[in-house]
Design a protein around this ligand. Structure first.
Ligand code: AMP
Ligand code: GLY
Length: 400
C-alpha cells in the first residue's frame, strides 16, 4: 500500500468530520481546509490561499464536488477524486444524461431545453408530475417537481434564465417522473475497478413524514439490505459507467455515488455524484471506520479493494437550525453534555464557545447490532446537546 502519513480533507461539514474520524483510526496526521470546530478536535484546520499548497500532503480528499468541478484534481496525483472532465458527471446534468444514453445506462426518459419554447415543447411530451432540473450545480436546489404544467414552465424558465438562484443558469433537463424508492449506492473506484460501500438511505425532505422542502439530507441509515438480484443490477450500472468513462478516455479514481430510484425491482440512475454523500458518509464511516479508510488507501494506491460487510448498523439524525434550508438561524451557543457521539456540521468556535454556523448543525449518531438499536441510540444521543431553535425529524429509520 502507498505510504500515507498526512491527509488533507477539503470541506467543512459532517461528511468531512467523519472522513477525518476514519483516518484518525489509522494514526495519520490530519489537516482540514477550511474545516469546522469538530475537525479542529481531531486535526489542524488550515487557511489555504493557493491550491498549489496541497502538494505537501500525501493524500488530499475533496469532500464537496465544487473542488473537483473546478479542477482541483487536474494534474495533481495526490488528490483522490476525478479530474474536471470526470466531475462533469455531476456538474452537468445534460452531460450525465447524454452519457447514460450513449452507454446504455438506465435512467428516466428525458429532453433537454435551452429556451422557453423548447421547454414548453419538452414538457408537452410528459405527463404530470413534471420534473425539471438545472444543468449545473445548485446544491440540491435545482430540481423542480410539480403537478402543474404552468408552474413547471414558469419555474423551469426562471431556472434557465438565472432568475431562481444567483449566478446559476443554463439549460434544463426535463425528466420523466419515476415512482419508486430511493437508494444511495456509493463505490470507491481505483482507476480500473470499483467496490461498493454499504448501501444507505438518505431522507431529503426537511420534516417528519417527508413533508417540507428538499434539503441536503436530514438523516440516513445503513446498511440497507437488498437482494442479490437487485445488487447485481446495480453493479451492472457501475460497470457500464466505468466502461463508458474509459471509452471517453476519462480516467476515474475516487468516489462514484449513484442516486438510484428502484421501480418494480429495476434500478434507474437519478443522478451521479463524484464524491461521497452527506449524511451517507457519517453512516458508512460509523459502521466500519478503519475498513473505510483502508479501502480508500488501497484505491489511492490503485490496488484491488475488497468489499466488506459491516458488522453493525448505524443511524444519523441531523440536528438542524430553525429556518433551514431557506435561511437557518445562526450564532446560537451550543451546549453539550459529556459522552455524546456527534459529527459536527455547521459548528464554529467563537470566543471559546461553540456556536451554530450553518443549517445542518450536528449529526447525532447511533450504532447498534440491529437498526432498531442504532436508531434508539441516535435519538437518545440528541439529549446530549441543546441549542436554541434546534429541530430534527423523528422518523429517521423509523418505518423500515
Ligand atoms: P437529483 O438532484 O437529480 O438527485 O434530484 C433530487 C431529488 O429529486 C431526487 O433525490 C429525487 O427525490 C427527485 N427526483 C429527481 N429526478 C426524479 C425523477 N425523474 N423522478 C422522480 N423523482 C426525481
Ligand atoms: N445526501 C445527498 C448528497 O450528498 O448528495
Amino acid at each position: 500500500m502507498k505510504e500515507v502519513k498526512s491527509v488533507c480533507i477539503l470541506g467543512s461539514g459532517g461528511r468531512e468530520h467523519a472522513i477525518g474520524y476514519a483516518f484518525q483510526k489509522l494514526g495519520v496526521d490530519l489537516f482540514f481546509y477550511p474545516g469546522n470546530a469538530g475537525t479542529k478536535k481531531i486535526g489542524k484546520n488550515l487557511q489555504i490561499d493557493n491550491f498549489a499548497e496541497l502538494e505537501v500532503f500525501d493524500l488530499v480528499i475533496p469532500g464537496s464536488e465544487e473542488y473537483l468541478a473546478k479542477g482541483i484534481s487536474d494534474g495533481r496525483s495526490n488528490v483522490f477524486g476525478p479530474d474536471s472532465r470526470g466531475a462533469r458527471l455531476e456538474s452537468s446534468k445534460c452531460f450525465a444524461k447524454l452519457f447514460m444514453e450513449k452507454h446504455g445506462i438506465k435512467s428516466a426518459r428525458f429532453e433537454i431545453a435551452t429556451t422557453h419554447e423548447q421547454l414548453y415543447d419538452a414538457l408537452k411530451q410528459f405527463n404530470p408530475p413534471y420534473v425539471v432540473k438545472l444543468d449545473g450545480l445548485a446544491q440540491g436546489k435545482g430540481v423542480i417537481i410539480t403537478h402543474s404544467f404552468d408552474e413547471a414552465l414558469d419555474k423551469g424558465t426562471k431556472l434557465m434564465n438565472g432568475n431562481m438562484f444567483e449566478n446559476v443558469k443554463g439549460p434544463v433537463v426535463v425528466d420523466e417522473y419515476l415512482d419508486g424508492w430511493e437508494l444511495s449506492a456509493i463505490a470507491i473506484v481505483n482507476g480500473r475497478d470499483f467496490v461498493l460501500l454499504p448501501f444507505t438511505k438518505d431522507y431529503k425532505r426537511a420534516l417528519t413524514n417527508d413533508e417540507g422542502p428538499n434539503t441536503g439530507g436530514m438523516g440516513a441509515y445503513g446498511p440497507v439490505q437488498i437482494d442479490e438480484k437487485l445488487k447485481g443490477k446495480i453493479e451492472e450500472l457501475f460497470n457500464k459507467t466505468l466502461v463508458g468513462l474509459e471509452k471517453e478516455s476519462i480516467y476515474y479514481r475516487g468516489f462514484l455515488y449513484i442516486g438510484l430510484m428502484i421501480v418494480d425491482g429495476e434500478p434507474y440512475v437519478l443522478e451521479y455524484n463524484v464524491r461521497l454523500g452527506d449524511p451517507e458518509t457519517e453512516v458508512i464511516v460509523s459502521m466500519e471506520p478503519e475498513q473505510f479508510a483502508l479501502s480508500i488507501l488501497k484505491a489511492y494506491g490503485k490496488e484491488p479493494i475488497d468489499e466488506y460487510t459491516p458488522k453493525c448498523c448505524a443511524v444519523d439524525v441531523v440536528v438542524a437550525s430553525e429556518g433551514y434550508p431557506e435561511s437557518p438561524k445562526k450564532g446560537q451557543e451550543i451546549r453539550f453534555q459529556e459522552g455524546g457521539f456527534f459529527f459536527y456540521g455547521g459548528v464554529n468556535e467563537k470566543n471559546g464557545k461553540l456556536v451554530v454556523s450553518g443549517g445542518r448543525v450536528l449529526h447525532s449518531m447511533g450504532i447498534g447490532g440491529n437498526l432498531q438499536e442504532a436508531r434508539e441510540h441516535a435519538y437518545k444521543n440528541i439529549n446530549n446537546v441543546y441549542f436554541d431553535g434546534m429541530y430534527y425529524r423523528t422518523d429517521i429509520a423509523g418505518n423500515e
